[in-house]
Design a protein around this ligand. Structure first.
Ligand SMILES: *Cc1c(COP(=O)(O)O)cnc(C)c1O
Length: 433
C-alpha cells in the first residue's frame, strides 16, 4: 500500500520511504491510501485473543502488502512484550494503563514497533542507518530504548545539557551499545536545529542513511491503534464505549480514529487537553489557531501547534461538522488536574499521573452528559515519571518501579557538544565511523 502526503494526495510513496522520510517533502504527514475495514466476525473473535494476536491481526490488515506475514508477526511479538491492562477505577470508568513498557510511557509502543520496521528495512540498505533524535526528555528515552541492540541501526540522542530531569537523562545515557547521547551546550531548540541542519548536510548524508524517529512518523502511529482494539475487547459490555485521550500532538487520538475507521465500534472520542487547547478551541469555534506552548503540570502535552491535526482533518475531509460528530474537546487547568488526582486517590485509591488525570477529567465530563455511555481514558505514563508533581499533590510517596530504579543506578555516559553545527558534524563523523 502507498502513503500519501496530507498536503497532496497525488504524491505517494512506499511504506519504506514514508518511514525513512518521516515527513513528506511538502511538509505534509503521510497517510495510508486506504484504511481496510475489518468484518464483524473479526470483532466477535477479539475477546478470546491475546494482545499480541490482536495486534498482529490489526497490523496485518494494514501492512500485509508491505511486510511478509512471518516478519510482521516477529515485529509485533518484539513490540508487545508487556501488557496494557484495563482497570475499572469507578463504575463505567476504566483506566487503560499504557505505561508497562521499558520507559513507562505509551511512547514505548510506537518506538519499539518503528525500530522493528526500520531494522527490517536496514537489511536491504548498504549504508548504516543513523537515527538522529532531539529530545526535551521523553522521546529520547523511548526511541533509545526501542532501538537498543537493533542491528544495522545507530541512534544519536541530542539533548540540552542541564534541562532534562535526572531520571530522563539516565534513560538514554546509560544504555551503551548502539546508543550515543550528545549533551548539547544549548537549548532544546538548538538540538532540533542541529538535527535539521544534519539532514541538509551533504557530507553526512553521503556517509550515512540519516533518519529521524519523531512522533509524526507513520511507523509510530500504526502500533498505537493496537491497544484500542485490545481495550475494547476486554470490556464486558462493549456497547456505547467512548475513549478519552489526553493529548498534545494528537498522535494517540489519531491512532484511535484509525481504529474506528477500521470498524472498531467506538462511539465517541474525547480530546482532553491542558491549557494548550488548540484542538478543543478548533472544535468550539472552527478556527485553528496555533500559539506558543504554555507550561503545565502535564508537560508532555504542552504543545501549541499539534502536528497530527493535519491527519485528523484529512480523515474527516476537512469538515468541521464531520469531525464534531466523532470528537468532543475539553480543556482543564492545572488546579482541576491536581484536584482530580487527589479525588481519585482518596475515593478509589488509584494514583493518576497528571496526563492520565486530564484524560479522566474529560471522560467524567462527557459521561455526566451521556449517562448511557461507558468509557476508557488512556493513562499515558506511570506516576513515578512525574514524581515531583504526584508526590506534592497527593502528599504521599510513590513507589518507583524496579525498571526505573535500574536506570537510576546506571552510569551516565554522554559526549559534550557545542551548539555549533561544524563542531557537531565532526563529533558525529568520528563517532559513527
Ligand atoms: C507524548 C505524551 C502525551 C501526548 O500524546 P500525543 O500523541 O502527542 O497527543 C500524553 N501523555 C504522555 C505521558 C506523553 O508522553
Amino acid at each position: 500500500m502507498n502513503y500519501y502526503s496530507t498536503n497532496n494526495k497525488k504524491s505517494t510513496v512506499s511504506l519504506k520511504e514514508a518511514v525513512l522520510k518521516g515527513l513528506a517533502p511538502d511538509k505534509g504527514l503521510y497517510m495510508p491510501e486506504s484504511i481496510p475495514v475489518l468484518p464483524e466476525s473479526f470483532f466477535d473473535s477479539l475477546p478470546g485473543k491475546s494482545f499480541q494476536q490482536i495486534a498482529y491481526e490489526v497490523a496485518h490488515a494494514l501492512l500485509q502488502q508491505d511486510v511478509p506475514a512471518d516478519e510482521l508477526r516477529k515485529m509485533v511479538e518484539h513490540t508487545i512484550t508487556f501488557d496494557a491492562p484495563l482497570v475499572e477505577i469507578e463504575k463505567s470508568v476504566f483506566s487503560l494503563e499504557l505505561f508497562h513498557g521499558p520507559t513507562l510511557a505509551f511512547k514505548d509502543f510506537g518506538a519499539r514497533f518503528m525500530s522493528q520496521l526500520l531494522s527490517w528495512f536496514a537489511k536491504a540498505e548498504k549504508r548504516e542507518i543513523v537515527i538522529l533524535v532531539a529530545t526535551s526528555g521523553d522521546t529520547g528515552s523511548a526511541v533509545a530504548n526501542g532501538f537498543l541492540g537493533v542491528p544495522g541501526v545507530k541512534v544519536v540522542v541530542l539533548y540540552p545539557s542541564g534541562k532534562v530531569s535526572d531520571i530522563q537523562e539516565k534513560q538514554f545515557t546509560t544504555l551503551g551499545q548502539n546508543i550515543t547521547a550528545l549533551e548539547v551546550d544549548g537549548t532544546f531548540d538548538d538540538c532540533q536545529r542541529l538535527v535539521k541542519e544534519a539532514f541538509l548536510d551533504e557530507e553526512l548524508n553521503k556517509e550515512f542513511f540519516l533518519t529521524s524517529a519523531n512522533s509524526i512518523n507513520i511507523a509510530r502511529l500504526i502500533p498505537q491503534s493496537f491497544y484500542y482494539f485490545y481495550a475494547w475487547s476486554r470490556l464486558k459490555d462493549r456497547s456505547n464505549v467512548v475513549f478519552s485521550v489526553p493529548s498534545g500532538n494528537f498522535g494517540n487520538l489519531t491512532a484511535g480514529l484509525i481504529a474506528k475507521r477500521m470498524g472498531l465500534p467506538i462511539r465517541h472520542f474525547i480530546a482532553s487537553t491542558n491549557r494548550n487547547d488548540i484542538v478543543p478551541e478548533y472544535l468550539d469555534t472552527g478556527t485553528f489557531n496555533p500559539k506558543p506552548s504554555q507550561a503545565t503540570v502535564s508537560n508532555a502535552m504542552d504543545v501549541g501547534n499539534p502536528s497530527n491535526f493535519a491527519r485528523m482533518m484529512d480523515l474527516y475531509a476537512n469538515d468541521l461538522n464531520n469531525i464534531k460528530a466523532d470528537i468532543t474537546g475539553y480543556r482543564f487547568s492545572d488546579d482541576e488536574t491536581k484536584q482530580a488526582m487527589r479525588a481519585v486517590y482518596e475515593t478509589s485509591n488509584y494514583t493518576l499521573d497528571p496526563h492520565g488525570a486530564v484524560g479522566y477529567l474529560g471522560l467524567k465530563k462527557y459521561l455526566s452528559e451521556h449517562t448511557e455511555a461507558k468509557g476508557v481514558f488512556l493513562e499515558t505514563a506511570h506516576p513515578a515519571k512525574f514524581l515531583d508533581v504526584v508526590e506534592d499533590t497527593l502528599k504521599t510517596e510513590v513507589k518507583i518501579p524496579e525498571r526505573l530504579k535500574q536506570f537510576v543506578k546506571g552510569n551516565k555516559k554522554s559526549i559534550p557538544c557545542s551548539k555549533d553545527f561544524v563542531h557537531f558534524r565532526s563529533i558525529a563523523i568520528s563517532l559513527l565511523k
